[in-house]
Design a protein around this ligand. Structure first.
Ligand code: ZN
Length: 240
């Protein structure tokens, strides 16, 4: 099977559609949460994911969008965008987001937004945190997002091997215990503004990372029209 793994789409429908057009044929689409927040088209993104039967998990922004207390920990820009998101989403979007679980197992892999230990909040950004979360895995492979950075954390000789994949990078996961982060579709933060995603080939047991250009200016125009925070508009140009 070919499975697309998308994370941190953040209401960026233009980026999502560029990724879906680039994917080619896949057997399934999985998402790792933060479907909404920051961007201008929460209903459009949820409609698209629901329409293609994507399955996934809840992120901290998804929880906040349906009224969760998570909004209290947001910085002022994220909070302003979330208050707009809360006001604008449809009942259908609210229901779809409410139904997302904090973790799920698919095809022998564990899907979470942040980490195994704290699915909504923990950022896996250091070796000790990665090690603890590799130990918390009950499946060989874990898929997570939240940091908006493409990365592999893999057990290796009692330590942790780290790989920062770029466009076209692959990782053979057969026989490995590893955490894979596809990077962010809708708000990349690794200095590269193109949309990031990964594809799993479960026959070859290989993950492949991809980057896709999208019409950033169109998204920025839509964000300005909705009076979303300027800093959130500008960062899309730089991938930070
Ligand atoms: Zn996010």
């Amino acid at each position: 099977m070919r499975i697309a793994v998308l994370s941190d789409i953040h209401s960026n429908l233009v980026a999502l559609d560029a990724v879906l057009a680039h994917l080619g044929s896949v057997d399934a689409v999985w998402h790792l949460g933060d479907v909404v927040g920051y961007g201008p088209e929460p209903d459009g993104v949820v409609d698209r994911l629901a329409g293609i039967g994507a399955v996934g998990v809840r992120g901290n922004h998804d929880a906040a969008a349906v009224g969760g207390p998570e909004i209290e920990w947001f910085n002022p820009d994220a909070r302003a965008a979330m208050e707009w998101t809360r006001r604008s989403i449809s009942e259908a979007t609210r229901g779809w987001l409410t139904d997302l679980p904090e973790r799920r197992m698919e095809d022998g892999m564990t899907l979470v937004h942040g980490s195994l230990r704290e699915p909504l909040w923990e950022y896996i950004t250091s070796e000790p945190v990665a090690r603890a979360n590799l130990a918390a895995l009950t499946t060989p492979l874990g898929l997570h997002g939240h940091t908006h950075l493409p990365i592999v954390w893999a057990e290796h000789d009692g330590g942790v091997e780290t790989i920062s994949p770029s466009n076209g990078s692959t990782f053979g996961y057969g026989g490995r215990t590893a955490l894979l982060n596809p990077g962010s579709v809708g708000q990349p933060r690794d200095g590269e503004p193109t949309a990031a995603y990964l594809v799993l080939d479960t026959t070859a047991e290989q993950a492949a990372w991809h980057r896709v250009a999208y019409d950033i200016a169109a998204v920025q125009t839509a964000m300005r029209a909705r009076s979303l925070p300027v800093r959130l508009v500008e960062r899309l140009s730089f991938g930070v």
